[in-house]
Design a protein around this ligand. Sequence first.
Ligand SMILES: *Cc1c(COP(=O)(O)O)cnc(C)c1O
Length: 387
Amino acid sequence: MANDYSSQRFETRCVHVGVDKDDTFNSCITPIYPTSTFRFESLGKTKGYDYTRSGNPTRRALEESLASLEGGIDCRATCTGMSAINACMHLFRPGDHIIAGHDIYGGTYRLFASPFTDFGLKFSFVNMQNLDRVRQALTPQTRCIWIETPSNPLLNLVDMAGLASIAHGAGAITIADNTFMSPYFQRPFDHGVDIVLHSTTKYLNGHSDVVGGAVITRHQPHADRIGFIVNALGLACSPFDAWLVLRGIKTLGPRMEVHQRNALAVAEALKKHPRVERVYYPGLTDHPHHELARRQMLGFGGMLSFDVIGGRHEAERVMLGTKLYSMAESLGGVESLIEHPETMSHASMSAEARAGAGITDKTLRVSVGIEHADDLIADLLGALDRS
Ligand SMILES: *Cc1c(COP(=O)(O)O)cnc(C)c1O
């Protein structure tokens, strides 16, 4: 890196870290290096890169940025969020036991419950809001507590510092999926977590035009091992995708502020609507984990869910009745999305697992975008009125 930005504040690092990589023409923006391979200067001598699966300057720029924003020592940018999770799971061996929340991202649940269970890893899915349940789930083989907070889609929080201390007391590590908050609103390393990962598809890229992931480490042995795994398994992202995410990150701070302001306004409007049974948003003072949210996060984010009065039919009418909210999975882009977790984002969970996590047919999840809050509220309340 040409400059050291470590003393700069978060928003400044979003704009600058990793960004200047061109000494040939002094471009202000990181070039995209779409090359599979790099010329050697002599035997054993390169300019730092030999093959793009193993390393690429554009991808490295993104990795420097994310390591800085999360406060880690290294980062590996992967081709999807799932490949970041896949990389983390390769830290473990058959027989190792991992404790995860009962309401984690559906794709993560599927990866754990099927392919990695087939490989001999053991998983317990528990309600981690209750730390005693986590203590009771520990076994002599427990190597990891897997953290996702707030959870998806019901926005329940778990206590990261409490979980890190339980894990460390048992000789295990903690890995946190920080996709929902982004490092702007939540820094798991500050709470004792050992590895942070992201689906950069969501807030970090922020424009719904790329899928990607990242693993950020703070201990050298993890950094070395994750680097080895990402190269060996071929999980790294393309230079083009890395460039898009790096571009998105420059506006992360301002975007997150607007996502949050709009989400709070929409949540408060929904709460007053007679056709809404319940609103889930950690920024509401009556959210069951509001106090923990204030302690553990730097903001409340842009995701909310709500239960409509009725069931699947009413939920569908609300979704189809909006004009500004696309009925679509995913989240974290500038445009608002609405979806039905039971049949969409969480369809890969078993019906029992969904019921255990409290996901019902009347629950709708909204990724609140950065449109004008008044338009978002008028559109959604209009759809509720007509439902
Ligand atoms: C989307 C998401 C993932 C998976 O990421 P992909 O980029 O879709 O592979 C993992 N965890 C969370 C919390 C997510 O929202």
